[in-house]
Write a protein that binds this ligand. Structure first.
Ligand code: ATP
Length: 246
């Protein structure tokens, strides 16, 4: 059990519908956890539940030693949980620089550091959010989340719908953010090889329950198991790089 984030026997869903069933998991500070699973198994719902956007029926979420199960999303954000939703949600009529500045909270992440992580955003700093490509919007969405200086970052399918070259660029930035800068993250990602290359630990969900948990290195070294768990042949979308030890 981790004092950083510990989810204990969590059963949650929407209204009366139960999506997550008796989930228990821990994340340690500095670790990246990949959430894998087929469509509709509850990956996004897990992130939504950590953020406080679903109905929790049973179980508890402990964050930095405190029970936050009943805290609302704004309170969780104030306590240091950052969220990059699938929809990105950048402000279209603010420039890149303004999008970053408007959410800034004190801490190690600031505009120059975000530009260092995403040089493309530096080139586009005077452009409006609405003028950016999908990939640039995703970089801005991650940059905005970093500007709130979270202790934990939740990323929901950050690569979805992006061209392979942008996927490579984003994956490199996420690895740098997590492995070089030591940020703790939970990443939902459809491409298993990519997800495993960015993470230390992985869980595979099946119908709202944990079917498998283990190190990402072990799982990526076992394509037969990965294929069995995900029901598809895992195809490589980027060169896997083992996460740095820490
Ligand atoms: N807002 C909602 N209200 C009611 N049911 C929902 C809502 N969002 C998701 N669901 C249902 O919860 C289940 C899990 O969906 P979820 O989006 O968490 O799965 P997922 O693993 O992230 O899928 P995908 O990979 O397709 O994004 C699905 O049956 C879905 O229809």
């Amino acid at each position: 059990m981790s004092d950083f984030l510990h989810v204990d026997g969590l059963t949650a869903g929407y209204g009366q519908a139960v999506v997550l069933n008796d989930l228990t998991l821990s994340v340690n500070r500095g670790e990246t956890l990949a959430i894998l699973g087929r469509n509709g198994v509850g990956k996004t719902t897990l992130l939504e539940t950590l953020m406080g956007n679903t109905a929790v029926k049973r179980g508890a979420i402990r964050w930095l030693g405190q029970d936050i199960t009943r805290c609302n999303p704004a309170d969780r954000a104030r306590r240091g949980i950052g969220w990059v939703p699938q929809e990105r949600e950048v402000f279209p009529s603010l420039t890149v620089q303004e999008n970053l500045q408007v959410v800034a909270l004190p801490g190690a992440w600031n505009v120059p550091r975000v530009f260092e992580l995403f040089p493309r955003l530096l080139e586009r700093r005077g452009n409006y959010g609405g003028q950016l490509s999908g990939g640039e919007q995703q970089m801005l969405a991650i940059g905005r989340a970093l500007m709130t200086n979270p202790q934990l970052l939740l990323l929901d399918e950050p690569m979805e719908g992006l061209a392979p070259i942008i996927v490579e660029e984003l994956a490199g930035a996420i690895r740098a953010m997590c492995q070089r800068e030591g940020l703790t993250a939970i990443v939902v990602e459809q491409h298993p090889v990519l997800a495993l290359s960015m993470s230390h630990q992985a869980i595979v969900l099946e119908r709202g329950s944990i079917r498998y948990r283990g190190s990402s290195g072990d799982l990526s070294a076992n394509p037969a198991l990965l294929g069995e768990l995900l029901g598809v042949a895992s195809h490589r979308t980027t060169s896997p790089q083992p996460p740095a030890a820490h």
